[in-house]
Design a protein around this ligand. Structure first.
Ligand code: GLC
Length: 567
C-alpha cells in the first residue's frame, strides 16, 4: 500500500450537463464538528488550534473541502447553532486569528474551507433579539416573527418545532408569541424584512473577505414563512411520547417551510458569492427528492443541496438503488451525498454495527463516490465508526430533554474523534472531555489504522484517490461525466439479485448488498479494469489479488462494492 497520494489542489474540470463543473463538483468534502474534532488547549472541547494541527490528516486522506460547524459566540444551548454574534469567534474555540490561521493552513494544503451559517434563527441572546424583545416599538422588533395569540389565548397556529412541541413561545411582557422552528432560545428571523436580508449580505461578505470558500447553510428549508400564518394540514393528532420525527411527520409542512420566496434570497446570495467563486451548499433537510428539486432546479440559488435519505434508509437492495437514483432522477446534479452527520446516528451502526456495518457503509460510500455531486464524510466515517456510547446521565443534547424520548438524543454521533493512544485517545489532554469518548478503543484510532494497510482508513483513502482519478478520466471525455445509466450497466451481462449497478461514462460501479459472495457470470475482467474494491486492493475477483488474468466470471465478496473501468 503506497503512502504517496499527494494532496493536490482541486483539479480544473470539464462538463456537467452542458455547463462546466465547478470546483465543488469535483471535491470530496469532510464535516468537522469542531467541538469534537481536536482540542488544542486542553479544556476538553475541540477548537481552531486543534483543528489546524490535524489538517494534515485530511490532506493525507485526500479531502478537498472542509466544512466547519458553528464556532461563533453562543450561549451553547444548541451547542453553537444558537448564535449571538455572526462575525465573531467564541473564546471556547479560540480567536478570529486562530480561525484565519486554520483557513490559511488548509489552503496551503490544497483544502478549501466552508463555514456553517445559521440564518434561520439567532440565539435569544443576540443583540438583535435583545432589542426586539425589549418593546413592541423597538427597531428590530420586526426582525423576528411575532404574532398575537389565537382567540383562546394559545399559540397563533399549529406549527411545531423540529425539536418537538409548539413552534411558538409567549413573550409575557408584550403578550405576543414569537416563532422558533427549533428551541425557544433560537428565535426565527423574519426573512420578509429587508433589514434582515441586507444584514446577512454583510455577514457573508465579512467571511468571504477572510478567505472562506463558501457556506453550509443551516435549515435551508426554513427562512420565509407563509404570509398569512395559516395552519399546516394535520395528518394525525400529536400523542405524548412521540419522537421529534414522529411529531414533525404528523403534519404536511406546506406553510412553515419550503416557501418559494426563500428562493429569492438564495438568488441574491448566488450573485454575491459568484464574485468570490464561492460555494453554497444547503442543509435541505427534506426526505423527498422533489423537495430537493424545489431548491436546485432554478440553478440560480444554492449550488448543491444535501440529500438526507441515506441517513434514514434501511439496508436493502431496493432501498440502496432508490436512495442513489431518486435525487439524480429529480435534479441531475448538485447533490451533496452524505450518510452520517452530527445530527443523526452514524451509518455503520444503522447498517448493523460491527465490521459488517462498517463494510456496508464503505460499499455505499463507494457508490456515492461514483456519482455526480459532492460526497461528504463526517469525521470518523474514514475510520468506519458507529456512534459512541453515551449513558443517559451524560446526555447534554437539548432535544431529548425537550421530547423526553432518548432516541432523539444526538450525543452518540458527536463523541470526540479518536486520534491515537494516550489520554482521551489523543483528542484532548483533558481526561474528561465535554462528551465521553464513547467506549472507543485504540483500534478505532487514526494512528492505529494508519499503521494497518488493510484498515477501513486505508480503503477510504484509496476510494478518495479512485474518485479523483475517475473524475480526471471523465473530464477528459466530453459529455459523459454527468450521465448515469442504471439499467443493464454491462451490456450482455445480467446482474444477480442483490447487486446494485450503475454506469457513468466508461466506469461501472457494482455493490453486493447481500451477506454472501456472488459471482457475475459472463463478465470478463482484466486486472487493469479494476479501479477500486472496497474490501481489498484491486484484483480480479473474490479470490483476491493473486487471481490475475482474465476470468469468465467476476466475484464480489459479501458487502463489497467495486469500481470497474469498462469503456
Ligand atoms: C441544523 C443543525 C442542527 C441544529 C439545527 C438548529 O439541523 O445541523 O445541529 O440543531 O439546525 O440550528
Amino acid at each position: 500500500m503506497s503512502d504517496s497520494i499527494a494532496p493536490a489542489a482541486v483539479p480544473a474540470s470539464a462538463s456537467v450537463a452542458g455547463t462546466p463543473p465547478s470546483w465543488w463538483d469535483r471535491s470530496v468534502g469532510y464535516e468537522a464538528y469542531i467541538r469534537s474534532f481536536a482540542d488544542g488547549d486542553g479544556d476538553g472541547v475541540g477548537d481552531f488550534i486543534g483543528l489546524r494541527d490535524r489538517l494534515d490528516h485530511l490532506a493525507w486522506l485526500g479531502v478537498d473541502l472542509l466544512w466547519v460547524t458553528p464556532f461563533y459566540p453562543s450561549p451553547m444551548v444548541d451547542f453553537g447553532y444558537d448564535i449571538a454574534d455572526y462575525t465573531g469567534v467564541d473564546p471556547l474555540f479560540g480567536t478570529i486569528e486562530d480561525c484565519t490561521a486554520m483557513i490559511d493552513r488548509a489552503h496551503e494544503l490544497g483544502i478549501r474551507v466552508i463555514i456553517d451559517i445559521v440564518p434561520n434563527h439567532t440565539s435569544h441572546q443576540h443583540p438583535w433579539f435583545q432589542n426586539a424583545v425589549a418593546s413592541v416599538d423597538a427597531d428590530k422588533r420586526d426582525w423576528y416573527v411575532w404574532r398575537d395569540p389565537a382567540p383562546d389565548g394559545g399559540p397563533p397556529n399549529n406549527w411545531i418545532s423540529h425539536f418537538g412541541g409548539s413552534a411558538w413561545t409567549l413573550d409575557e411582557a408584550s403578550g405576543q408569541y414569537y416563532c422558533h422552528l427549533f428551541l425557544p432560545e433560537q428565535p426565527d428571523l423574519n426573512w420578509s424584512n429587508p433589514g434582515v436580508i441586507e444584514a446577512w449580505k454583510d455577514v457573508l461578505r465579512f467571511w468571504l473577505e477572510r478567505g472562506v470558500d463558501g457556506f453550509r447553510i443551516d435549515v435551508t428549508q426554513g427562512f420565509v414563512k407563509d404570509a398569512d400564518f395559516r395552519d399546516n394540514t394535520e395528518l394525525r393528532p400529536l400523542e405524548p411520547g412521540m419522537s421529534r420525527f414522529e411529531q414533525w411527520d404528523s403534519f404536511v409542512h406546506e406553510r412553515d417551510i419550503l416557501q418559494d420566496e426563500t428562493l429569492e434570497i438564495f438568488r441574491g446570495w448566488h450573485e454575491l458569492v459568484a464574485e468570490y467563486d464561492a460555494f453554497l451548499i444547503g442543509e435541505t433537510y427534506v426526505l423527498d427528492a422533489m423537495a430537493l428539486r424545489h431548491f436546485l432546479e432554478p440553478r440560480d440559488g444554492i449550488h448543491t443541496g444535501f440529500w438526507f435519505e441515506p441517513m434514514h434508509m434501511e439496508w436493502s437492495t431496493e432501498a440502496i438503488l432508490d436512495i442513489l437514483r431518486a435525487p439524480l432522477d429529480a435534479v441531475g446534479s448538485g447533490i451533496g451525498w452524505v450518510m452520517s452527520s452530527h445530527d443523526d446516528p452514524r451509518a455503520p451502526g444503522r447498517f448493523g454495527g460491527g465490521r459488517e456495518g462498517a463494510e456496508r457503509a464503505l460499499a455505499l460510500m463507494t457508490m456515492m463516490m461514483a456519482l455526480p455531486g459532492t460526497p461528504f464524510l463526517y469525521q470518523g466515517d474514514e475510520l468506519g465508526l458507529a456512534d459512541g456510547y453515551v449513558p443517559p446521565e451524560r446526555f447534554v443534547d437539548p432535544v431529548s430533554f425537550r421530547t423526553g424520548v432518548d432516541s432523539d438524543n444526538r450525543d452518540g454521533c458527536r463523541t470526540p474523534m479518536p486520534w491515537g493512544s494516550g489520554t482521551s485517545l489523543g483528542f484532548s489532554t483533558s481526561e474528561d472531555p465535554w462528551l465521553p469518548m464513547g467506549g472507543r478503543d485504540v483500534a478505532d484510532t487514526v494512528e492505529f489504522q494508519r499503521n494497518d494497510p488493510t484498515s477501513h482508513l486505508h480503503r477510504m483513502r484509496a476510494l478518495l484517490a479512485a474518485r479523483r482519478s475517475m473524475n480526471a478520466a471523465l473530464d477528459a471525455q466530453d459529455g459523459t461525466s454527468d450521465t448515469v445509466e442504471w439499467d443493464a450497466p454491462l451490456a450482455g451481462v445480467t446482474l444477480p439479485a442483490g447487486v446494485v449497478g450503475l454506469r457513468r461514462g466508461p466506469f461501472v460501479a457494482l455493490l453486493n448488498s447481500t451477506d454472501g459472495a456472488l459471482n457475475i457470470e459472463g463478465l470478463t475482467v482484466e486486472l487493469d479494469d479494476v479501479h477500486f474494491r472496497s474490501l481489498a486492493e484491486p484484483g480480479i475477483g473474490s479470490k483476491g489479488a493473486d487471481d490475475v488474468g482474465p476470468a469468465e466470471s467476476f466475484g464480489l465478496q459479501a458487502r463489497e462494492a467495486v469500481l470497474l473501468h469498462r469503456p
